[in-house]
Design a protein around this ligand. Structure first.
Ligand SMILES: [Zn+2]
Length: 173
């Protein structure tokens, strides 16, 4: 952040709350860019002993991951993941469990991951967000080296399936 979003003054680095942060030097303004992590929901969506992996628009063709999305204002994570699954892949689903919370420091996100059971396998993708999808047997799915992959690894472990995390591009081949 180079300019203050309130008064357009060039930002400077200043210590606030024990860390250097981009801060507005105007005393009347005093805006601090706290850069707090953004919550993101993700879903391990299961149907017929398979889980669905999606390739987001703009990703390399070998990358597939979990359905993810941002919370809307006034929405709880449990509602957000059900809405995202419906919007992105057209499936109604039932929430089964909260798998856990995972870091995604690179994008400054906190991942909140759920296991859901889809009511059918009839995926209809939202084409402006999802380029492709695939169903992968639970016995075969391979977790990848990212926050969502760690969640998948933990979920598989909870079913007695011990899996190494592979490099993201390899995992999805
Ligand atoms: Zn300012």
């Amino acid at each position: 952040m180079n300019y203050c979003p309130h008064c357009a003054t060039p930002m400077v680095k200043r210590n606030s709350g024990g860390r250097e942060r981009a801060s507005c030097p105007q005393r009347q303004c005093g805006f601090v860019h706290w850069d707090n992590p953004v919550p993101v929901v993700g879903g391990i969506v299961e149907w017929n002993n398979q889980i669905v992996l999606v390739r987001n628009v703009g990703w390399p063709t070998s990358w597939y991951g979990l359905v993810t999305g941002f919370l809307e204002a006034g929405e709880m994570p449990e509602e957000a993941i059900l809405r995202e699954v419906k919007e992105e892949i057209g499936l109604d689903a039932t929430l089964e469990s909260h798998v856990g919370m995972y870091e995604f420091y690179r994008k400054n996100q906190l991942l909140i991951i759920y296991h859901l059971r889809a009511h059918s396998g009839d995926v209809v993708v939202q084409a402006d967000e999802i380029a492709d999808y695939k169903w992968v047997a639970v016995e075969k799915v391979q977790p990848w080296t990212a926050g969502t992959g760690r969640a998948l690894q933990d979920w598989l472990r909870s079913r007695g399936l011990e899996r190494e995390m592979l490099d993201f591009s390899e995992a999805n081949n």
